[in-house]
Design a protein around this ligand. Structure first.
Ligand code: ADP
Length: 449
């Protein structure tokens, strides 16, 4: 059997529930209306007799009935009996037969064939022993008729009610579930096309479905990003590892054929070692960049006083004061990760040294402007042409690979930029060929005034 949709299921449930409620209401109405009808009848009977009391006068032990006495009104018949219970005024209804004992002030229910009567007697005293009886009679409300009438109305209206409820519920369900249909269709389209760039795109509304759609879109975005970075990693790694691998392979083949002396072999092994080192460095750098990009590792941020950090880092790296000169302002509080900031600084300083003549001094400046913290690495090296300054941040980009040293692969600055971004900051470069370059990290201050 075909699985019923949630819409149909909920509609069915709602219809059943509403029908049950309606049935319950009918039962309640039956009980209630019977009770109300009986109470109303009893009250009418009592009121009529009480009013009639005002129109009965007893003079010399004889009752005189004044004008205004109602003998038959609203289905209530009033009768006057003498103290011997003989009827002296009024007319007994045709259907009412049988003897009913007189009871003062008590409403009695009397069966008279098919009909039930309510009977109320009142003793109108005249002295100690004399007096007359006033009796009120009325047909008791007929439960069976009332019930039949109500059931007929219910029988006619209930199917209409059920139909209206089911149609109404289905319409509401359809409207409510429309975003879900959209989400399903979008997810199916993405799955069929195997294209993660698709989005559901329900941005209006704040209900559960809109939130679900937003979360789905965010998930697709993450998946797409993750997928792209992985693709990038695979292509970068295979592309960049190809060169050292072919160098190693070539060196091995050459060594097997021509290397004879231990010195020649040692030279080849040394070269293979260097290439393997380069490969290892490349892979670990690529991996850490990919991880950062994917946000796999949660980066722990802490408050760092950049001035102290800089001095400690310089000491750890054994930078010589005459080669790397530091001008650092006090404190400079930022929110950051010490390991990543160290990696960034190391990259910038290594580049500055690498692309400067030997013994040329490199300067590190740390400034606290009112707006931001600036950390600059300045060299007086070969510089970078204007048109290259945009490109150097890209992965694997090298201005002149023959000029770059053996260890570099053009990944350093791309990582530097990524670290700056992770800290909510940015990188900039000022450079002119032949004069030198200044790379600056701009970070938000931790305490803004
Ligand atoms: P590499 O491993 O080649 O140093 P980077 O990403 O660190 O890779 O740098 C990219 C390119 O930017 C380098 O190849 C180099 O041409 C240029 N570059 C980086 N820093 C400097 C600098 N301080 N002076 C001159 N050129 C630089």
């Amino acid at each position: 059997m075909k699985e019923r949709s949630v819409k149909v299921k909920i509609t069915l449930l709602l219809t059943i529930l509403m029908t049950m409620l309606a049935a319950l209401m009918i039962v309640f109405m039956l009980i209630f209306s019977n009770r109300v009808a009986m109470q109303t009848a009893r009250k009418q009977l009592t009121d009529t007799l009480r009013t009639n009391l005002n129109y009965v006068e007893l003079t010399e032990h004889r009752p005189s009935i004044q004008e205004g006495f109602s003998y038959a009104h609203n289905g209530i018949v009033s009768l006057i009996y003498n103290q011997n219970k003989a009827l002296i005024a009024g007319q007994i209804p045709v259907g009412f037969q049988g003897e009913v004992p007189f009871e003062n002030g008590v409403i009695q229910t009397v069966d008279a064939g098919d009909t039930k009567y309510l009977v109320l007697d009142m003793w109108i005293a005249d002295g100690w022993e004399q007096g007359v009886w006033m009796r009120g009679l009325m047909e008791a409300p007929n439960h069976a008729v009332l019930t039949r009438n109500l059931l007929t109305v219910a029988g006619l209206t209930l199917p209409l009610f059920v139909l209206l409820v089911s149609l109404g519920s289905y319409h509401i369900m359809k409207q409510t579930f429309r975003p879900l249909d959209k989400i399903t269709a979008a997810a199916e389209a993405i799955q069929e096309a195997k294209d993660l760039s698709g989005r559901i795109g329900i941005t209006d509304g704040k209900d559960e479905f809109s939130r679900l759609a937003e979360n789905f879109d965010r998930m697709f975005e993450r998946l797409e990003h993750s997928f792209e970075t992985e693709k990038q990693f695979t292509s970068d790694a295979s592309h960049e590892l190809r060169t050292p691998i072919s160098i190693i392979k070539g060196a091995c083949e050459y060594a097997m054929k021509y290397d004879e002396t231990p010195e020649e072999r040692a030279e080849t092994i040394d070269m293979i070692h260097r290439q393997a080192d380069k490969m290892a460095g490349l892979v670990s750098q690529l991996l850490s960049m990919t991880r950062m990009e994917q946000g796999v590792e949660k980066i722990k941020m802490e408050t760092i006083a950049l001035g102290d950090f800089l001095r400690n880092f310089s000491a750890e790296q054994h930078w010589k004061e005459e080669e790397i000169v530091i001008h650092a302002a006090e404190s400079c509080l930022v929110e950051g990760n010490a390991e990543l900031l160290g990696r960034l600084l190391q990259n910038l300083v290594e580049n500055a040294v690498k692309y400067s003549p030997k013994q040329e001094t490199v300067y590190i400046f740390l400034e606290d402007t009112k707006e931001e913290i600036r950390l600059s690495v300045k060299d007086r090296g070969i510089g970078i042409a204007k048109e290259e300054q945009e490109k150097i941040w890209k992965r694997f980009y090298q201005v002149d690979s023959s000029r770059s040293s053996d260890e570099g692969a053009g990944l350093g600055l791309s990582m530097v930029k990524q670290i700056a971004k992770l800290h909510g900051g940015s990188m900039s470069v000022e450079s002119s060929p032949g004069e030198g370059s200044t790379f600056t990290l701009h970070l938000p201050r931790k305490n803004k005034f």
